[in-house]
Design a protein around this ligand. Structure first.
Ligand SMILES: [Zn+2]
Ligand SMILES: [Zn+2]
Length: 282
């Protein structure tokens, strides 16, 4: 079976490595829970500010109850729900999560048409069509999505789909504006980022490869554009190999090597590792 994000071999890997979830959280710093959800094990990210209790949820593809449970456990209020693109495995839970949290749902407008055809996507995969909703809020290149003291910059990375985006969380430098919104003055976050790494685990439960300073460099939620050792497929509606390679080369590889990458499926990686080893980027 092929599916929307990956080739067959990767699916087998994902299936074999299926784990309930992996998590990292550090008191006083960015909360980041990565939960593989649904049949295709899409990595849903919950990014929360433990001080303001504001959060965003990225790619709630399925298992909304589980996502809500984690939000409740951290006492997080969702400020925005973002999908990196509108393949069914990344948007299947949008309507239910929106209904439960009332948070705005954000996508790139170039993927709206694809979202309108969830029924065809579901048919393609032989699954039930999930509940859908009217999406009216769009993000584009250069926009910022803010929650608490944090912000994610939207990078338009077309190729896997026309409206694919990546989100760059510059955790080392909380935005000035967001910082000003805080109730009390905060110390700089940068100095306290390093311990985050020690807590970051891969699906397999091993410590992630050493990435000293990665959080200061940023955290990239890459959707199905860039994977560990692979890239997103481009043979589906609106896909373009030329575009995805240009997006990765010009926009993602422009980021520092230390940037931590959370792909739409499978294990995390870094920009440096993919620059050096990804066979598609030679
Ligand atoms: Zn996917
Ligand atoms: Zn996809």
């Amino acid at each position: 079976m092929e599916f929307l994000g990956l080739g067959e071999r990767t699916i087998r890997n994902l299936t074999r490595r299926r784990k309930s979830c992996y998590t990292f959280g550090v008191s006083g710093q960015l909360i980041h829970e990565i939960i593989p959800v649904g049949m295709l094990q899409c990595n849903c990210s919950i990014l929360g500010d433990p001080e303001t209790h504001e959060a965003i949820v990225v790619d709630p593809g399925d298992e909304v109850e589980r996502i809500l449970e984690i939000l409740r456990a951290h006492r997080l209020n969702v400020r925005a729900i973002v999908s990196t693109h509108t393949h069914i495995d990344h948007v299947g839970g949008l309507a239910r999560l929106h209904a439960a949290t009332k948070a705005p749902v954000l996508i790139h407008e170039a993927d709206l048409e694809l979202y309108r055809h969830l029924d065809i996507q579901a048919q393609f995969l032989g699954m039930r069509t999930p509940e859908s909703m009217r999406i009216e809020d769009f993000v584009k290149e250069g926009d910022s999505v803010r929650w608490g003291g944090y912000a994610a910059r939207v990078i338009h990375t077309p190729g896997h789909t026309p409206g694919s985006i990546s989100l760059l969380v510059e955790t080392g430098q909380p935005s000035e504006q967001a910082g000003a919104d805080r109730v009390k003055p905060q110390p700089a976050k940068a100095s306290a980022q390093a311990p985050l790494h020690a807590h970051l685990k891969t699906h397999a439960g091993e410590l992630a490869p050493s990435r000293e300073g990665a959080l200061a460099a940023g955290l990239l939620v890459a959707g199905d554009t860039l994977f560990q050792g692979s890239i997103g497929r481009t043979d589906l509606w609106g896909g373009s190999m030329k575009d995805i390679l240009r997006s990765i080369r010009e926009k993602l590889l422009a980021l520092p090597d230390e940037t931590l990458v959370i792909p739409g499926h499978g294990d995390n990686t870094t920009i440096g590792a993919e620059r050096a080893e990804n066979p598609y980027l030679r």
